[in-house]
Design a protein around this ligand. Structure first.
Ligand code: FNR
Length: 178
């Protein structure tokens, strides 16, 4: 299970980013969302409190007639192999509006020792969306993923430095007492 401190860290990071982002914990039953950002809320109408703890398939509610099965199968396969995947799914906003969602998902190790989280980015495809818009979105998500890796390394270095500082402090105290 992802630690709360890890979730808080990733929440701060995704809140600063300009694409819709969701983070799910695959070590919990049914892979619930643990963090979503403001862009996701703008796109879907769902606030974090509505969706944290739920599997993100609720966005497919009411889309029964749609052809989502192949995309869902691709997602299930990717999740079971801890791989990334890009699919288009028919989804609905909180207000019931249908939209086509270009979903990019990738496992990301947010902290050491924990199972990787799954980061998903949603992009609304409209009649005016071109291939280069889609490519641009995919690029932004790739940048996001490397940014998350960078943040993770920074946190690790910070933890390491503070551990080193306390160790030095401990040794100094100990040598004074002798
Ligand atoms: C998802 N899933 C998902 N599905 C969807 O319709 N719209 C979405 O925006 C998302 N976003 C998303 C983000 C993350 C991080 C994960 C892990 C998953 C996919 C959904 O949760 C589920 O995995 C798929 O529907 C396939 O599984 P089922 O429903 O066939 O069991």
């Amino acid at each position: 299970m992802l630690e709360q401190a890890t979730i808080d860290g990733v929440q701060m990071t995704i809140d600063r980013l300009p694409v819709a982002l969701t983070v799910a914990d695959p070590s919990q039953p049914d892979c619930p969302l643990v963090a979503v950002n403001g862009r996701f809320q703008e796109m879907t109408g769902y606030a974090p409190a509505d969706v944290i703890g739920r599997n993100c398939r609720f966005l497919q509610d009411g889309c029964d007639g749609s052809d989502n099965e192949a995309a869902r199968e691709a997602i299930r396969t990717a999740l079971s192999r801890a791989r990334g995947v890009e699919v288009v799914l028919r989804n609905r906003t909180r207000d019931g509006e249908f939209f086509d969602n270009f979903l990019i998902m990738h496992p990301v190790a947010l902290s050491y020792g924990n199972t990787p989280a799954i980061v998903g980015s949603q992009f609304r495809i409209t009649g005016r969306t071109t291939d280069s818009d889609v490519a641009e979105q995919a690029n932004q998500v790739r940048e996001t993923l490397s940014r998350l890796n960078f943040e993770r390394n920074r946190l690790r270095d910070e933890r390491y430095r503070s551990l080193a500082r306390s160790s030095v402090e401990l040794v100094r105290t100990w040598s004074y007492r002798r």
